[in-house]
Design a protein around this ligand. Structure first.
Ligand code: BDR
Ligand code: CA
Length: 316
């Protein structure tokens, strides 16, 4: 699957940065990256993405700035800064490199889909604003895109922003509803699996002994570990976006991923941002339900932290 052309939509972000490393180290055919406000503003996410891609030896990959505000709302950087630092990359200073292209993220996605009809794959690891906007601009998009892999949501795990909502869905629930309702094949990689995919202190130390890009990734993990340590009970962090990237590339093969109906709560009530995943088939092996279209990853093999470390240490 890594031979397919990919569009990445992200909010770079510490775990987004690890995902860029994974995609580059694995030689993914990354045709373009669009950024969206989430962990930080879309423009800052593009800055981080450009700097990281250059450090990783891929300054040729075009980066487009996407939507600053969620649909019908105003971007608030407060929560993202607590998790990823104000600059999104744990307050480390990256060597500055390159400029974003003169095209919006949504337009980049639409263009790439038309250039690679039936083969473009989309990996979305931030709020889904750009994807929703692209759907609005080009209703043919779902018929052109081969697969959409989304880091977002929680099928039966608790949320990480509210009792039920995961951050990427919460940050633009209206967009998420539109994206999940569109007729393209979606694979949802949510907190059910990503909270169990971890880097421990030993991984961070090993990464710090690598080349310039692994060292930078290890340095930005400081702030991210600080956020996750009280949540996970020991110095460690969750590998949300990298796990979605590894599943997208076929590096991790889920051991349980039923095709089930998924709806998004985009109301303003306490359920806002919840992914309503119909798991009623659980006790009879998830027989295919009428209208079910979304592949929801519920279990993956253990040991992803070790596998990711090995891949990232290949970076320059
Ligand atoms: C998601 O939210 C962001 O903080 C991370 O980058 C990840 O995409 C996890 O809920
Ligand atoms: Ca992200």
């Amino acid at each position: 699957m890594s031979g397919a052309p990919w569009y990445l939509d992200c909010d770079t972000g510490v775990d987004d940065a690890l995902t860029l490393g994974l995609l580059v180290a694995q030689g993914a055919d990354l045709r373009g990256v669009g950024t969206v406000s989430g962990n930080l503003a879309a423009a800052g996410g593009a800055r981080n993405t450009l700097d990281l891609l250059a450090l990783m030896g891929r300054p040729d990959i075009p980066v487009a700035v996407g939507e600053h505000d969620p649909i019908g709302g105003v971007f608030d950087p407060t929560e993202g800064a607590k998790v990823h630092g104000v600059n999104g990359v744990g307050e480390i200073v990256l060597p500055r490199a390159g400029e974003p292209v003169d095209e919006s993220a949504a337009d980049m996605l639409i263009r790439l889909a038309h250039e690679h009809p039936g083969s473009l794959r989309v990996l979305a690891i931030g709020p889904l604003t750009n994807l929703a906007l692209a759907l609005e601009r080009d209703p043919a998009l779902p018929s052109l895109v081969a697969q959409v892999v989304i880091m977002g949501g929680a099928a039966s795990a608790p949320g990480n922003v509210s009792a039920v909502a995961e951050a990427n869905i919460w940050n633009d629930a209206v967009a998420a509803n539109r994206v999940f309702s569109a007729s393209w094949p979606i694979t949802m990689v949510g907190l059910d699996v990503t909270m169990h995919a971890r880097f421990e202190e030993s991984h961070r130390v090993a990464l710090a002994a690598g080349g310039a890009s692994p060292q930078a990734l290890a340095a930005m993990l400081g702030v991210y570990f600080q956020f996750y340590t009280p949540i996970l009970g020991r110095p460690s962090c969750a590998l949300h976006d990298p796990l979605a990237g590894a599943i997208a590339l076929g590096l991790v093969v889920p051991t349980l991923a039923p095709v089930v109906p998924v709806e998004i709560d985009d109301t303003a009530g306490p359920g806002r941002g919840q992914t309503l995943v119909d798991l009623r088939g659980r006790f009879v092996g998830y027989p295919l339900q009428a209208g079910a279209r979304h592949t929801v990853v519920l279990e993956v093999p253990e040991g992803f932290g070790d596998a990711l470390l090995e891949v990232l240490l290949r970076l320059p």
